[in-house]
Design a binder for this molecule. Structure first.
Ligand code: 13P
Ligand code: SF4
Length: 376
């Protein structure tokens, strides 16, 4: 009781590092809102707001310029529909990182948020050029990770190992032992716990994914006492709460549920699954790409989607006969939607905006990125 009072009196700030159990308890107390300004969503993110003539011009311009300069276009599943349609590949962060890494094209344009093309810039061949359509495409979750707090934790825990979520920038990745993405988070946590059974583990920057990390350790029969989490979150996903999901489940009892593990509903969904109250056929916590696989496989005809509403576009394409219900219809990532058909065209036309990285940071960050990509 005394410990709890001490904890409740402690001022915990976003980006602080706490023992996992304390971090989970402190979620309601900490402002997990965006630590950077969120730009407005450009009207042209919606295809209806671009005159049809211009859309045709931009689409054909993108196709011919791609051929002319030998470019590959990659787009994340959260990108506006028009951008996804013009991409050579769409996918989640890890999927796109692998495609980009293995591509021999001279120019790679990645329509996503900065940490993704930044990874390609780290792994590229010397003569390749990595472009992003918009420099405003950042990430509130990545902005929560404060490298000085990580350095302080490492100083206090010389045997500690750092697991960074892929939504981080190179300064943080350079201080990381291994990265993970939502696709392989469980496997990476398991791998690190088995390889370093006596080391404190720091998982960052997402406290909700941190909860997921705790459940992985518990399922392995391991103590979570040596797990540390950072108080960070995505401003879009933390607003997709258990209430949103439970309300939709009550309204649509025949619907399956798929949720991204960055969501505020992650503890509730994990609890429903762990207690066998919902089957894996009807509920899964998956990456943005894993969700597409799930919607094809589940026998349910209706699916409640707990992530950004833009991810419903590729889902609808993957399973055209199914109905998709957003858990929170307001969930949109304004950062991802900074990339539009217009600036994708301009990016290819003018070879902008090139992503360059500090060579010393890149060399150090490449190690945890490659370790992540080696774990399927
Ligand atoms: P994925 O790795 O699932 O693509 O997630 C990245 C992301 O930013 C989700 O908000
Ligand atoms: Fe970052 Fe959240 Fe946008 Fe994903 S949805 S890119 S975590 S701000």
């Amino acid at each position: 009781m005394e410990g709890k009072e001490v904890q409740m009196n402690k001022l915990v700030l976003p980006g602080d590092i706490l023992r996992a159990s304390e971090a989970i308890e402190m979620i309601p107390e900490v402002d997990l809102g965006p630590p950077i300004e969120v730009p407005p969503i450009p009207p042209e993110a919606d295809p209806k707001n671009i005159p049809e003539e211009e859309r045709k011009f931009l689409k054909s311009g993108i196709r011919s310029r791609k051929k002319e300069i030998g470019a590959l276009v990659l787009a994340h599943n959260y990108e506006p529909p028009d951008v996804q349609d013009e991409a050579d590949f769409i996918g989640d962060s890890i999927h796109l990182a692998k495609i980009g890494r293995d591509s021999k094209k001279k120019v790679i344009v990645e329509a996503a948020v900065l940490f993704m093309p930044e990874m390609l810039a780290v792994m590229k061949q010397p003569d390749q050029i990595i472009l992003t359509p918009s420099r405003k495409a950042l990430c509130s979750l990545a902005a929560h990770a404060d490298v000085n707090k990580i350095l302080a934790w490492k100083h206090e825990h010389p045997k500690g190992k750092v697991i960074s979520y892929v939504n981080t920038y190179l300064d943080v990745k350079a201080e990381t032992d291994i990265c993970c993405a939502s696709t392989n988070a469980a496997k990476v946590i398991q791998y690190m716990a088995e390889r370093h059974p006596d080391s404190p583990l720091l998982f960052l920057p997402d406290v909700f994914l941190g909860y997921f990390a705790m459940t992985v350790l518990k399922k392995m029969g391991r103590s979570t006492d040596n797990l540390w989490l950072m108080m960070g979150a995505c401003h879009v996903h933390e607003k997709i709460t258990a209430h949103h999901v439970m309300r939709r489940m009550a309204l649509h009892p025949d619907a399956a549920v798929t949720a991204h593990p960055e969501c505020g509903c992650v503890s509730k969904c994990s609890m429903l699954l762990d207690q066998g109250l919902v089957s894996e056929e009807m509920m899964q916590l998956r990456s943005t790409w894993g969700m597409l696989e799930f919607v094809k496989k589940t026998p349910a005809k209706k699916i409640i989607v707990a992530t950004t509403v833009t991810n419903i576009y590729p889902m609808q394409k993957a399973a055209p006969d199914k109905e998709f219900i957003p858990a929170n219809p307001e969930a949109r990532c304004a950062f991802m939607e900074q990339n539009t058909l217009r600036n994708l065209y301009e990016s290819l036309r003018d070879m902008k905006h090139e992503i360059t990285v500090d060579p010393e940071l890149a060399e150090r960050a490449k190690i945890p990125i490659e370790r992540m990509l080696a774990i399927q």
